[in-house]
Design a protein around this ligand. Structure first.
Ligand code: ADP
Ligand code: MG
Length: 239
């Protein structure tokens, strides 16, 4: 198995300084790995820590403990204590992330937003533009919108721009936070195809999908993030 990421004993806490320093233990002792060409689906109720895990893997949050090792430029790199410069390089070369919401920058056009990851990797402008246009068309973003900044787009349109951007380059590891949440059936199908193509091209994926049909279509494995249930008392209905 060609592992792309290996996580061992990962934990993450939030300390709520505004609320008497209450400590939330959101991730506790998580271990898993994902191979190239595989999709791991995160499972668990709302608030289980799924988005927090993706943000921790992307380096937005500092882990409280454990290890996140990623194959970066042919060598294993520990992300938990990586220097900020290394984290930036990993985000440019190795880990892609489709967050739940598009970060919109005024005056930056949709086409530019989508092309950016490829340009940052040194891809030529014409190749990047061709790929971006192809993705925007596949995701049914009307062509007149391509030269506009996506700030005024609908939620679903912004999400599709975000998805196009995420699939611009062949990431060794791609993180997806509910990419189909506000999409109609036809566009959700396009996302399923993009995921299948990324897997076939050798990407490892870690995703959150609240739609069961989508989950079953893409998952190779599931990681259950629900907290361990307390032992249930047996209940006997006496009539
Ligand atoms: P999920 O994506 O599984 O619905 P989240 O990862 O968003 O869950 O949240 C997990 C828990 O961590 C929740 O209880 C949430 O309130 C808390 N949480 C998430 N982000 C923060 C933060 N930045 N500061 C404090 N608490 C947070
Ligand atoms: Mg979430």
């Amino acid at each position: 198995m060609n592992k792309q990421i290996e996580v061992v004993g990962l934990s993450k806490t939030f300390t709520l300084h505004q609320q008497h320093g209450v400590v939330l233990k959101v991730l506790q002792d998580l271990s898993f790995s994902v191979a190239a060409g595989q999709c791991l689906v995160l499972h668990g109720h709302s608030g289980a820590g799924k988005s927090t895990l993706l943000r921790t893997l992307y380096g937005n949050y500092l882990a409280a403990g454990g290890s996140i090792r990623i194959r970066h430029r042919g060598a294993w790199l520990e992300l938990v204590d990586a220097a900020p410069r290394q984290v930036l390089e990993v985000r440019q070369q190795t880990i892609g992330y489709v967050s739940q919401f598009l970060r919109v920058i005024p005056r930056v056009t949709t086409l530019q937003v989508v092309m950016e990851p490829a340009l940052k990797r040194g891809c030529s402008r014409s190749d990047a533009q061709a790929r971006a246009k192809n993705l925007l068309a596949r995701l049914n973003i009307p062509e007149p919108l391509w030269q506009l900044a996506p700030g005024t787009f609908s939620g679903g349109e912004q999400q599709r721009v975000n998805i196009a951007r995420g699939f611009m380059v062949a990431w060794p590891l791609l993180l997806l936070d509910e990419p189909t949440a506000s999409l109609d059936e036809a566009n959700a199908q396009v996302v399923l195809q993009l995921i299948a193509e990324a897997k076939a091209a050798g990407s490892a994926l870690i995703g959150i999908f609240h739609d069961r049909a989508v989950r079953e279509a893409v998952a190779d494995r599931c990681l259950d993030m629900s907290p361990a249930k307390p032992p249930q008392e047996e209940f006997i209905y006496a009539g």
